[in-house]
Design a protein around this ligand. Structure first.
Ligand SMILES: Nc1ncnc2c1ncn2[C@@H]1O[C@H](COP(=O)(O)OP(=O)(O)OP(=O)(O)O)[C@@H](O)[C@H]1O
Length: 265
């Protein structure tokens, strides 16, 4: 089932007296339970697209349908209620959280705001979420500043799944992690997707990361989508200059065998 349908999205910024085209006629679709990897060099427009999907930024033109509704037309209470269904995980999780927060309060926020479970049930739900992302319940009282980068990213994932979303937008969500920890977090994301039928819009400049999780990959260049296809096809046989440059930036990409957690479309 088509979950997300983006049509002809455009966005310009005025910056230092110049007009920057961040998005130029971007159209894409994403089905429930599938991962679309969004690749592209720095400045190609990936984060702008992610932020517009999250309704953190308005587009200049174009439309977005999410779960059959006109996503850009929603406002007020309707938007607040539907927001639970699209969550985001950033690279800089500390920047997104109040640095004085505890792990428990970070997870409590979405449960409270979206009234997921009654107050008395929230500690149990927090323990369950921590357990699901492979963390000890004893972490709940720790400050979010005092956990490791990998743990913090798992907490961000726990927070994202707390509202039972249909879509999670991941913007360079594993880019800051060491390679071994990154692999484990990608495995967790794939497991959660299979278990809960969550769709991922997975933004990364790193095709090795996208290969491990994506069913399809789309490549951006200068605000346009220049190539879209099954992950393996885009990596093994890139057609556009931008896709070829990304593939050659990861020298062993095409001869490595897929990881255990890799899932083919
Ligand atoms: N708030 C803003 N004001 C002015 N220009 C902006 C703004 N946000 C983005 N841009 C410009 O829009 C273009 C696309 O930026 P965007 O951050 O979406 O790219 P990106 O592919 O996510 O890059 P990166 O991988 O470096 O994050 C760039 O030229 C950027 O400088």
């Amino acid at each position: 089932m088509t979950l997300l349908e983006i049509n002809n999205l455009s966005k310009h910024f005025r910056s230092g007296g110049r007009d920057v085209t961040a998005l130029d006629g971007v159209s894409l679709t994403l089905d429930s339970g599938q991962t679309l990897g969004l690749a592209g060099a720095s400045g190609s427009g990936k984060s702008t697209l992610a932020r517009i999907v999250m309704r953190l930024l308005p587009p200049d033109g174009g439309s977005i349908r999410f779960a059959g509704e006109d996503w850009l037309a929603l406002s007020g209470k309707d938007l607040r209620r539907r927001r639970a269904k699209i969550q985001m995980v950033f690279q800089d999780v500390l920047g997104a959280f109040n640095p004085r927060a505890t792990v428990a309060s970070v997870l409590d926020d979405p449960l409270r705001i979206h009234e997921i479970v009654p107050k008395s049930d929230r500690p149990r739900k927090i323990a369950e979420l921590l357990d699901r992302v492979g963390l000890q319940g004893s972490l709940a009282d720790r400050s979010i500043r005092d956990v490791s980068g990998g743990q913090r990213q798992r907490i961000a994932i726990a927070r994202a799944i707390a509202t039972d979303p249909a879509l999670i937008v991941l913007d360079e969500a594993v880019s800051a992690l060491d390679v071994s920890i990154r692999g484990k977090v990608l495995e967790l994301l794939v497991e959660l997707q299979r278990e809960r039928d969550i769709a991922y819009l997975f933004v990364s400049h790193d095709l090795a990361v996208l290969r491990a999780v994506s069913h399809r990959i789309t490549v951006m260049d200068g605000g346009r989508l220049v190539e879209t296809g099954p992950a393996r096809q885009v990596i093994d046989n890139p057609q556009s200059t931008a896709a070829r440059a990304l593939v050659s930036a990861v020298p062993r990409l095409r001869i490595q065998t897929p990881q255990g957690h890799s899932h083919e479309p």
